[in-house]
Design a protein around this ligand. Structure first.
Ligand code: IPE
Ligand code: IPE
Ligand code: MG
Length: 264
């Protein structure tokens, strides 16, 4: 299984500082202003590698400790839900080698880091579509979700084989089945019903959507949940991102005036 990458020397095994190991550096955000749900489009690993004459997959490896630094920083800031765009339904278009690497690497990261996440109080979750996703990835996710299901510090949603339009299509299919079975009437479909058919209906809307690497698009991430999100486009390539830039993104957010269509 996945032999091509068996030789990989995971140089990025460093464990980022646990949450609150240096409380003096954590900014104090205005009370009640911290986004409850933050989404991160973790972009720029390939460019980071290319700039150093490395291969793309080495950029993904360099991203591993950064993912956990971001999780630690989100915990420190008081974020309650963190959605991490890890592999999109469009990423299957990449070379078979890169796809294989990303699947195997996701599986290995969840396996190697579950104890650390459990210790930090992370509830591991997943959003995405089952078909095509490697069974070994799903198995690790299920083990991690079961192990951490009672944790309440933060929910970290690994969005693997996630696509926003696919999520909405799946929700619509679920609603169509209920209409067919006479549970609801076709002309009574509401926003609430759609929300209840998403992959994780209990998770609230995304308040702050961050994309690293300077690209200014959302690439099919959380179209329903982030319909009213504040956007922050961070210039760093993801391997150069981390808890301090995350706090800067949160700081930008705290200064925004969220009106939701009303006049204040
Ligand atoms: C983001 O980095 C990681 C994934 C999409 C899995 P990229 O691999 O997209 O890096 P760039 O955008 O090519 O630099
Ligand atoms: C979005 O990044 C997907 C993830 C970060 C997992 P991409 O690099 O795939 O997006 P595009 O191709 O620039 O839109
Ligand atoms: Mg990219």
């Amino acid at each position: 299984m996945n032999m091509a990458f068996e030789h990989v020397d995971y140089t990025s095994l460093s464990v980022p500082a646990a949450p609150f190991s240096d409380p003096s550096i954590i900014p104090s955000f205005p009370k009640g202003k911290v986004p409850r749900h933050v989404g991160v489009i973790m972009d720029g690993n390939g460019r980071w590698a290319q700039q150093r004459g490395l291969i793309r997959t080495e950029g993904h490896q360099a991203a591993e400790p950064v993912v956990f630094d971001v999780i630690a920083g989100a915990i420190e800031a008081g974020v309650r839900y963190l959605s991490l765009y890890t592999f999109s339904t469009e990423n299957w278009k990449r070379s078979p080698q890169e796809v294989r690497f990303l699947m195997g690497f996701s599986r290995d990261i969840i396996h190697r880091r579950v104890a650390q996440m459990d210790q930090w109080g992370v509830r591991v979750r997943w959003a995405g579509r089952r078909p095509r996703l490697w069974k070994s990835v799903m198995d690790e996710l299920e083990t991690a979700m079961e192990r951490t299901k009672h944790n309440t510090t933060i929910d970290v949603v690994f969005c693997i084989n996630y696509g926003g339009r696919t999520e909405l299509a799946d929700a619509m299919a679920g609603i169509a089945r209920e209409v067919r079975d006479g549970q609801i009437s076709g002309d009574r479909v509401t926003k609430k019903m759609v929300a209840q058919h998403l992959y994780n209906p209990d998770i609230p809307d995304c308040d702050l959507l961050i994309r690293t690497s300077g690209e200014r698009r959302t690439s099919n991430f959380l179209p329903w949940q982030a319909a009213y999100a504040e956007l922050d486009f961070a210039p760093e390539l993801f391997p150069d991102y981390g808890r301090v830039p995350l706090w800067r993104s949160i700081d930008h957010y705290t200064g925004r005036d969220r009106r939701f269509g009303a006049i204040k």
